[in-house]
Design a protein around this ligand. Structure first.
Ligand SMILES: C[S@@+](CC[C@H](N)C(=O)[O-])C[C@H]1O[C@@H](n2cnc3c(N)ncnc32)[C@H](O)[C@@H]1O
Length: 251
């Protein structure tokens, strides 16, 4: 499902090019996340986009196209699955879909062995305003990826976590809740629901004092996709956006 973000290049790619790049993030999630970059720009929040688990660039390209001049998109991946040709495919998809050469940088690395300064060196001056973590879906890896992302983040930035509540990784949310307990200044601001089993849900995290910048705006912008009950995290209720919202009929 494609929802316009009002960014011409990102919308053209998400509506026409997205399915031509192999990948796993849903088009619905790309619409919401690219829109959030637009929202950040409108709020004066500047910075880069970074992603762990870039694969062929399906989600990456949508985000890179929605950045502003001077901002960069960094993709980190082992780039060895399903074979060593995946980096070349990624670069050719970027070129074909109009991501300028100076706009993006790719690192063929194991994110678990990286330090924040290596990402800073690749990106140049400025914070990361949107970080997408979609690498190895295992407890230790996700914990390391969150530790890598945190020092780079803009104070009002967003960390997106892929494949939350996925049936194949039912315990991955435990890592998230452990991290949230250690970082109580953060919360899950929004859950972007799945489109199907290979285009699963994302959690969007931000600092609690930044939630108000996003939640009302998301609820009105994506009114037709709002699951009105929200997500019950006990100490707060997150926005839930879903491609086909409805409640169970009881009579
Ligand atoms: C599910 S795919 C990413 C899909 C992509 N983000 C999209 O939306 O289409 C997961 C990627 O994570 C990469 N990956 C797994 N473990 C990694 C690690 N330790 N460091 C860097 N990349 C890793 C894999 O090579 C694979 O390309």
């Amino acid at each position: 499902m494609f929802i316009p973000t009002d960014h011409v290049a990102a919308d053209r790619y998400i509506s026409e090019g997205y399915e031509t790049v192999r990948g796993m993030s849903s088009r619905f999630a790309a619409s919401v996340c690219a829109y959030l970059l637009r929202r950040q720009t409108a709020l004066g929040i500047t910075g880069h986009f970074a992603e762990i688990g870039t694969f062929e660039g399906r989600f990456f390209i949508a985000m890179a196209l929605a950045l502003e001049p001077g901002e960069r998109a960094l993709g980190i991946d082992l780039f060895d699955w399903p074979n060593d040709g995946v980096m070349d495919l990624f670069l050719s998809h970027c070129m074909r879909h109009g991501v300028e050469a100076g706009r993006h940088v790719a690192l063929k690395r194991d994110s678990r062995t990286m330090m924040p300064d290596e990402l800073r060196a690749a990106l140049g001056p400025g914070d990361v305003r949107f970080f997408h973590i979609d690498g190895e879906h295992a407890d230790e890896s996700l914990a390391k990826d969150l530790a890598l992302a945190l020092p780079l983040m803009h104070p009002q930035g967003i960390i997106a976590l892929d494949d939350m509540l996925h049936p194949a990784y039912p315990r991955l949310v435990e890592t998230v809740h452990r991290w949230l307990a250690a970082h109580p200044e953060f919360c899950v601001m929004c859950i972007v629901d799945r489109e199907d089993i290979v285009a699963a849900a994302k959690y969007l995290l931000c600092r609690r004092d930044a939630v108000a910048l996003y939640e009302d705006d998301l609820m009105s912008r994506f009114e037709k996709n709002l699951f009105v009950l929200g997500g019950d995290f006990l100490d707060h209720v997150s926005v839930v956006l879903t491609p086909h919202p409805r409640l169970a009929e009881v009579d």
